[in-house]
Write a protein that binds this ligand. Structure first.
Ligand code: SF4
Length: 470
């Protein structure tokens, strides 16, 4: 075949493997291998029910309530907002009616959907995976094509196990060299978004490559891919390697025995081939990346912790200048202020970006033997992570340091569950969006890594975590 001689990207291989039919107008019907569902999928279930349509493949769909569940309780009866209570309680009912496996509240496997998928071995290399949440890009860390879909698309996938998509372009972002001490996947992705802009990846699937990316743990890779959407990307992906296979092996829903051997052989053929052409290439130098802090209301508004709040007047583009001016007004910051001089009112360590065991360990390493000087929450990504952290004594470290150790869930990432800040409260947050009002009306969100958030908790301001590590 002439076409097979052409070197292909990992994305092109996965895309080609899932085409059901190409339409003349440029749309492709893609087969969906896994559909992840959360408590926000309530209306999709209702739509199917009202039309008497059965789920096409309930065995490939997995649900977990996370968005609407408060993290100070595991009792659904304690949810005070009746709408939230209905969303959370309905998921298990819908699961029982349709045959979808649901990791319900009270089940140790419950947690944030993008934490649970990989943890259970539902997320695998080479698959297509969708979910009605933008940060589905997280799963691309395993070398699969994973992206968020809208509510009507959720219904479509439930009914058909397929999805119409227009083929995106490809961008490779290469980060080479060793990352410095205390530099995490979160700093790398904030540095990338600061470079390409929040719309820089629009229309592209991003593949992250280079020695700095390969050196990241699976947790770090998930953090990186999680925020691909914040750089505008349709999805983010990283070629699977031994770290990927080790993470997946033995997980409950991962292939076993002969099926594992066959899967491994397929997965090893996935990485982008030498000479494959991307529509756009971007490079960053790993050793140049410092701990990052956002100062504005877009994830692209990120600078190194030893930097200063930029002056909007320096922006050449008038739209950018006006946007930055508005952002600084909202954030209550003056141009030229050193990031290290900005004090925080509160700290949130959690969300699908940074609530995995490695994130919790990194925060605990900073909290150990110190005291939080502002209210600080630790919200593990799943019940299993919570258990693991407790087995390692990390909860004790946090409690001794005055942090609040919570139950699993989305919590303050988006404040749909009543867990929000107060107007003008300044929060160091390990989540993924610093948009206006994301953590509550008037709340000022600064995105940082878990270690940087813990450093802010114990010093009351943005502090270069490398100093505390020394
Ligand atoms: S933690 Fe935030 S971004 Fe992640 S799934 Fe929950 S609400 Fe969405």
């Amino acid at each position: 075949m002439a076409g097979s001689a052409q070197p292909r990207t990992m994305f092109e291989k996965i895309w080609a493997n899932h085409i059901v039919v190409d339409r003349p107008d440029g749309y492709t019907l893609l087969y969906v291998d896994r559909h992840l569902i959360h408590d926000g999928s309530y209306f999709a279930f209702q739509r199917l029910k009202s039309r008497n349509i059965k789920l096409r493949r309930p065995d490939l769909s997995f649900g977990t309530p996370d968005h609407y569940m408060p993290t100070d309780t595991r009792r659904k009866e304690d949810i005070t907002n009746p709408n939230s209570r209905r969303m959370v309680t309905s998921l298990a009912i819908h699961g029982a009616e349709t045959g979808v496996t649901v990791f319900d509240i009270g089940d140790r496997r419950n947690g944030i959907v993008h934490v649970v998928g990989p943890e259970q071995g539902i997320t695998l290399p080479g698959i297509t995976l969708v979910c009605g949440d933008s940060h589905t890009s997280t799963h691309g860390a395993f070398g699969c094509l994973a992206f968020g879909i809208g509510s009507s698309e959720v219904t479509h996938v439930m009914a058909t196990q397929c999805l119409w998509q227009k083929k995106p372009k490809t961008m490779r972002i290469t980060v080479d060299g060793h990352l410095g001490k205390g530099i995490t996947g979160k700093d790398v992705i904030l540095a990338i978004i600061a470079k390409i802009g929040a719309a820089g990846g629009t229309g592209y699937v991003l593949e992250y490559a280079g020695s700095a990316i390969r050196g990241l743990s699976m947790e770090g890779r998930m953090t990186l891919c999680n925020m691909s959407i914040e750089g505008g990307g349709r999805a983010g992906m990283i070629a699977p390697d031994d770290a990927t296979y080790q993470f997946v092996a033995g997980r409950p829903y991962a292939p076993k025995g002969a099926e594992w051997d066959a899967a491994l052989a397929r997965w090893q053929a996935l990485p982008t081939e030498d000479g494959a052409v991307f529509d756009r290439e971007v490079t960053l130098n790993g050793p140049d990346i410092a701990p990052m802090v956002t100062f504005g209301t877009s994830p692209e508004d990120a600078v190194a912790v030893d930097g200063v709040v930029p002056d909007p007047a320096a922006a050449t583009d008038v739209v950018k200048r006006e946007g930055l001016t508005r952002a600084l007004q909202y954030m209550g910051l003056r141009p030229g202020t050193p990031i290290g001089d900005i004090s925080v009112d509160r700290v949130f360590i959690g969300s699908c970006t940074n609530s995995r065991i490695e994130d919790i360990r990194a925060a605990a390493a900073i909290a150990k033997g110190r005291k939080a000087v502002v209210p600080s929450w630790i919200v593990p990504g799943s019940g299993i992570i919570k258990e693991q952290a407790e087995a390692e004594g990390l909860d004790r470290i946090f409690k001794d340091a005055g942090f609040e150790w919570r139950e699993a869930g989305c919590s303050m990432c988006l404040g749909m569950n009543g867990e929000i800040g107060r107007p003008e409260e300044r929060i160091a947050s390990t989540s993924n969006r610093n948009f206006v009002g994301r953590q509550g009306k008037g709340v000022r969100t600064h995105l940082v890594s878990p270690a940087m958030a813990a450093a802010a908790a114990v010093t009351g301001r943005f502090t270069d975590v490398r100093r505390l590590l020394d």
